[in-house]
Design a binder for this molecule. Sequence first.
Ligand code: FAD
Length: 277
Amino acid sequence: ILESTAAGDAGKVVFSFEFFPPKTEDGVENLFERMERMVAHDPTFCDITWGAGGTTAELTLEIARRMQNMVCVETMMHLTCTNMPVEKIDHALETIKKDGIQNVLALRGDPPRGQDKFVQIQGGFACALDLVEHIRKSYGDYFGIAVAGYPEAHPEVIESNGLATPEAYEKDLAYLKRKVDAGADVIVTQLFYDIPSEITAALEPIKDNEEAVRAYGVHLGTEMCKKIMASGIKTLHLYTLNMEKSALAILTNLGLIEESKISRPLPWRRPTNLFRV
Ligand code: FAD
């Protein structure tokens, strides 16, 4: 599925949605209700994040299982190396493999809370490259592997002026290529921003009006996607922050979905899996 996302059908723009694990049980149920409505618009895949430092490990695994087997959307799970000896990494990979999930976003992860630098734990990995190599060595081609890329360079190499030196940027890119050479299939980019003064000026008079700010955010997101598409990119990955309306409004503005034309009529019959549920 990731390969087809990477390639995209000629001329066809495809999209995907990222979600994060909510903090409460009610939040999880709300997320699944929204996700079902969003998935009805036929994203290529949906992914679920791995909480910083592994804090949501079991919940992420459970949400990924439900996404793949009950929402029936092609699912990608994020997996980081922070605080993860190889046994825990393998537990996570074996669990999703058992659940029929075949796509992983292999990440190093940020340093645990309160620490400035990422420190490799004993029996763990130093960087995402190690994780990609491990997955390929241990699981062959079973998993589609995505890795993170940084259009503005990774924060650790950005200087106080907000920019990376050309040398640091080159090094970042060369390292990204090593992740691809080690077996990554797809690169998912970090969020990137464009905050010129006209945006702050437009926000100033509406900053206390939540609805107006949201509408302006949808407008900005739409314009940014248009620029991305105009440059020839055919794969849009939306960091939804678990928000249904803004993500769908952007896709509607772009003409990629139509409210009246959902690809999967709701409610559809859930597939029954007698052995796993
Ligand atoms: P790496 O690919 O290991 O690289 C990190 C930095 O170190 C880069 O600057 C790289 O150039 C440098 N580097 C590392 N190893 C080498 C080497 N051998 N040689 C030279 N340079 C090297 N975090 C979470 O906790 N959970 C998530 O679910 C999550 N999802 C994310 C999704 C996306 C799409 C992105 C872009 C980031 C996500 N993050 C997540 C954040 C991510 O964990 C951090 O940005 C982290 O600091 C770096 O992870 P990475 O996989 O890019 O690390």
